[in-house]
Design a protein around this ligand. Sequence first.
Ligand SMILES: *Cc1c(COP(=O)(O)O)cnc(C)c1O
Length: 498
Amino acid sequence: MQPPPPHRAPPGQEPLYLSPRLAPPLASALKAAELLHSLTDALGSPLNLVLPEQLAENVERFRAVYRSHHLAGEIFFAHKANRSSALARQLAALDAGMDVASVAELQHALGAGFAPQRIMATGPKTSEFLWLAARVGVTVNLDSRAELEELAALVRKHALPRVAVLLRLSGFRGPGAPVLSRPSRFGTDLAELDGLLEAVERHQDVVELTGAAYHLDTMGLPEKAIALEACVNVLDECRRRGLRPRAVDVGGGYGVNYLADQAQWDRYGTELTNAVLGRRPPLTWQGHGYGLRAEAGTLRGTLGLYPGHRPVAAAGYLEELLTLQAPSLGRPLATLLLENLYDLQIEPGRALVDQCGAVLARVVEVRHTADGVPLVRLAANAGDIGLEQHGVLVDPLLIDRQGRGWADEAGPVGVHLAGNLCLESDLITRRQVFLPRLPQPGDLLAFANTAGYCMDFTAHHAMRQPLARTVALYREDGSWRWRLDDQYWPIFGTRENS
Ligand SMILES: *Cc1c(COP(=O)(O)O)cnc(C)c1O
């Protein structure tokens, strides 16, 4: 059968690539085309890949920031970013702890090899979760005063050991400014601090206050500087009351740099704006604007996208935070922590699994829309590949079926990527994606760097479509080996010193 003619970009409309940033291990794994095809043949599409060995480098980058500021304290991986057992077990073998937010995550962390002292329970909790945390001796990052009261009652009623607790705070206000941080449904508002501390004092026989915490769902550094300084002030107040806290927990939100090329990202933003304003053909399915719209020739709305190219991310972001001046006290935040001999605790999710995974999806069909744009249907849906849902725009890599010729060697080609649900809205991305060539059924598309939230967080069973299996890839004797996620333990593989 003759393949349909490829859609070629009209002259003057060069492809707009958003190439993924790939660390050498992930790049190497995604070049192992034969392995990836046989894995998907055997285990189905979609297929999640995790690279546990990358975690060592990611933890070390955060550790290096601690060292450079002479700070001590734990790095807790926010488990919610990925469900993988291989990643959890590998982390258990490293200088990191685990931040768990459900009973099942706590059970998983314990089973992966984390001793309770290396685990912290965060988020709003059920009684069962509080009981198990207290029973085994996990630190409880308290979400509210009511939670403290419930925990204290549980410990007394069931004669549990005294529990280490942190106070998660919210509602921070800058010096002389109105409320700066967005309202949060988590944590205790600073306005209610007195009541909270009074309860901590009253329950001192069953809980031991070890510190103050925040987790702000923002990239704004000034907001976090205000929160960090506020936590130090709260701990001062705790000491005045005779309590002996020792840590500030600054939560997660360090971010990931997804794109290889700043210029591609800038250009895409410009062209998307032009498309929304009608100055160029649409770049998206039905002219979707990712939050932007045109009103009488003027651009309105705000771009609802993740900043795909982020020069300051992950450990680099922590470094920036620690070197910022405390807004009122006027010293670097790291100095503030050091002066008080406070440990720094962090809860990175997305950033700690940077470069630790990918999703593979098989191309099922290539057809053309009425306006001639190829529509590539994948054996996966938008729930399996969460990049779009998180506002992350990044190109997939085309992994052709070995040994088969190409319908069109000339490429590049702009395509739409559709999923396997009978829903008009099931697009892997609403963006027209440029590929070096027109894919064919049987080819794979690899969505790189999905381990943080974009792999199994949103996967579901709609239409009884298969959930992706997860495979751990690791290096042994110079080549890639694999195990099903639950068959991987950190005893496999030999890290090559390169
Ligand atoms: C989600 C979450 C994190 C991790 O956030 P990232 O943006 O993935 O780093 C850390 N702490 C808490 C309490 C969270 O809810």
